[in-house]
Design a protein around this ligand. Structure first.
Ligand code: NAD
Ligand code: LMR
Length: 342
């Protein structure tokens, strides 16, 4: 299970992998928005993890049935359901990792930022509860627009006096998953070997795949770079259009989120060789939040890996400069929202 989530290139030191033995069934995970399109398959994947002892499912609707259904799987973890605001604190008690996919998804013709008005309030309320009940947990934000909801979460945690920037993550794993898939297909590579870092943010041109840093080393024509970059940036919209009003990516997102949860649990469990891309507080650029490769440890972000931004191609360097104004505006919008007077 572990190996299916973590591609080889993410694991940098193969020696430490073979030496590392995870303890079984030790961590508590909560999903907020667990009965939704992402929440349900994500719950299923997390139920399969040997590192999880208890899985808490929270939603404002339909959680009872999902909990009953999932609890019949004969994997070790216990599944408990919580519904409605009154049960939110209990759903967060003693939790090590909180995953937040609560909120509305896009329909064709919408941008992720069009979701801001609804999802900003949802994320604010949920993160307030996290701050009150399990302030030491890793917080994985999936709800869009991630470029703004992560800064909102940071401000809420600051207001509550419990902000630990090392433990707040915007989930951008799906961008990496897509980049790996599309590059492997285009270049005829074995999927398990491919790892493409994706930096910036999680919307349109703020999603910047660094194709020149692809592992294993592979060369692309200018046309391939343009085609792959645009496809990776628009992959969310590709799914939204194919679903034609029935929502956005759920299955690939659940897969990607489960990989990020598994990586976090491995790090919490003492694995010292865990790397993922994530949108975090960062000093890599002049922007306060930026997605890049990070090293995960027991205390969260152990290091932001600077080397990916060094030696960029001219195409990537230009794209990096081009994304900054949009990402900056989304960050500022989130911060302003969280600090506005009620
Ligand atoms: P969905 O509508 O199928 O499910 C959302 C769930 O959230 C529903 O079950 C709903 O009842 C629940 N919910 C709403 N308000 C809530 C609240 N206050 N507390 C708890 N639960 C609440 O949507 P989905 O397809 O699962 O997508 C969820 C979010 O994830 C969207 O904002 C979408 O844009 C985002 N998303 C992000 C990525 C990413 O890469 N980060 C990828 C795909 C989707
Ligand atoms: C995605 O990348 O699939 C998500 O952000 C959902 C969306 O609205 O595209």
């Amino acid at each position: 299970f572990r190996d299916s989530f973590a591609p080889k290139a993410v694991k940098q030191n193969s020696d430490s992998i073979t030496r590392f033995q995870p303890r079984a069934s030790s961590f508590k995970v909560a999903i907020l928005g667990a009965a939704g399109g992402i929440g349900q398959p994500l719950a299923l994947l997390i139920k399969m993890s040997p590192l999880v002892s208890t899985l808490h499912l929270y939603d404002i609707a339909n959680v009872k049935g999902v909990t009953a259904d999932l609890s019949h799987c004969n994997t070790p973890s216990q599944v408990l359901g919580f519904t409605g605001a009154a049960e939110l604190p209990n759903s967060l008690k003693g939790v090590d990792v909180v995953v937040i996919p609560a909120g509305v998804p896009r329909k064709p013709g919408m941008t992720r930022d069009d979701l801001f008005n609804i999802n900003a309030n949802i994320v604010k309320d949920l993160v307030e509860a996290v701050a009150d009940t399990c302030p030491d947990a890793f917080i994985h934000i999936i709800s869009n627009p991630v470029n703004s909801t992560v800064p909102i979460a940071a401000e809420v945690l600051k207001q509550k006096g419990v902000y630990d920037p090392k433990k707040l993550f915007g989930v951008t794993t799906l961008d990496v998953v897509r980049a790996n898939t599309f590059v492997a297909q285009r270049k005829n590579l074995k999927l398990i070997d491919v790892d493409v870092p994706v930096v910036g943010g999680h919307a349109g041109i703020t999603i910047l795949p660094l194709l020149s840093k692809t592992k294993p080393s592979v060369s692309f024509t200018d046309e391939e770079v343009e085609e792959l970059t645009v496809r990776i940036q628009n992959a969310g919209t590709e799914v939204v259009e194919a679903k034609a009003g029935a929502g956005s990516a759920t299955l690939s997102m659940a897969y990607a989120a489960a990989r990020f949860v598994e990586s976090s649990l491995r790090a919490l469990d003492g694995d010292t060789d865990v790397y993922e891309c994530s949108y975090v507080q960062s000093e890599l650029t002049e922007l306060p939040f930026f997605a890049s490769r990070i090293k995960l440890g027991k205390k969260g972000v152990e290091a932001v890996i600077p080397s990916d931004l060094q030696g960029l191609t001219e195409y990537e360097a230009k794209a990096l400069e081009a994304l900054k104004p949009e990402l900056k505006a989304s960050i500022e919008k989130g911060i302003a929202f969280a600090n506005k007077q009620p």
